[in-house]
Design a protein around this ligand. Structure first.
Ligand SMILES: Nc1ncnc2c1ncn2[C@@H]1O[C@H](COP(=O)(O)OP(=O)(O)OP(=O)(O)O)[C@@H](O)[C@H]1O
Ligand SMILES: [Mg+2]
Length: 211
């Protein structure tokens, strides 16, 4: 594959503590050494405006936020991120790697909050029509196992306080998505040690001729 022309958009998904940041760090090191042109970014956020929206979403004081407003804020942050950062980099032929993206909205807002896939697709129509990931790596580990590894939830984070039942729904949502979009979403066994998890990721990237 000629990366100088095409560009490639990869997203990492999984429950809180599933190892996304850990694997992104390894991937960053790996891509640096392989000499390919890449950009790392994250959701919600990734640009100054999108980061300001992220603060509102994650603010532990915003307990009154309704599910629909939350979904719209995510979508709004995403459009800004796509237009300002993701598409320009991809169009320059870069590999863009994003920590969380639209499948987080599907898993959290559509499935766990219960807004439904059609609602969430509707508010994310810009992303769905213009900027779907070429590949999504789903770090597959249950929330119970992931929380145990992390040593409990972070008290300041509104989402992590939502309780284990919410996170179980998120996990089930991800499983459904991985099944429904099996071409795009690849399940990575994230219960293994960090190096073994990364080996699986490298294997997928090689299979898809990204590296
Ligand atoms: N494969 C692994 N085996 C054991 N522990 C791990 C593994 N991967 C990550 N961890 C540990 O689990 C915790 C959470 O990992 P990490 O921060 O990478 O997850 P995350 O998916 O980015 O979480 P968040 O959703 O909160 O951003 C960290 O303490 C990390 O060191
Ligand atoms: Mg992280």
């Amino acid at each position: 594959m000629d990366m100088s022309k095409k560009g490639y958009f990869i997203t990492l998904e999984g429950c809180e503590g599933s190892g996304k940041s850990t694997q992104l760090k390894k991937l960053e090191e790996f891509l640096k050494n392989s000499g390919v042109d890449f950009v790392f970014t994250r959701e919600p956020g990734g640009t100054p405006i999108a980061e300001q929206i992220r603060k509102i979403i994650l603010d532990g004081n915003n307990t009154a936020m309704c599910d629909e407003a939350e979904a719209l804020l995510y979508a709004s942050s995403r459009v800004q991120h796509i237009k300002e950062k993701i598409l320009p980099a991809k169009n320059q032929g870069k590999i863009v790697v994003c920590d969380r993206y639209i499948d987080s909205s599907f898993a959290y807002q559509a499935y766990a909050r219960g807004l439904g896939i059609e609602f969430v697709k509707g508010v994310n129509v810009y992303a769905v029509e213009n900027c779907m990931p070429d590949l999504t790596l789903f770090l597959d580990i249950s929330p119970e196992d992931a929380f145990a590894r992390k040593g409990g939830a972070d008290e300041g984070d509104r989402l992590e306080q939502s309780g284990i039942n919410f996170h179980k729904k998120v996990y089930e949502g991800y499983k459904t998505l991985a099944n429904d979009y099996s071409q795009r979403i690849v399940c990575i066994d994230a219960k293994k040690g960090a190096d073994e998890v990364f080996d699986q990721i490298v294997k997928v990237l090689k299979e898809r001729e990204i590296i």
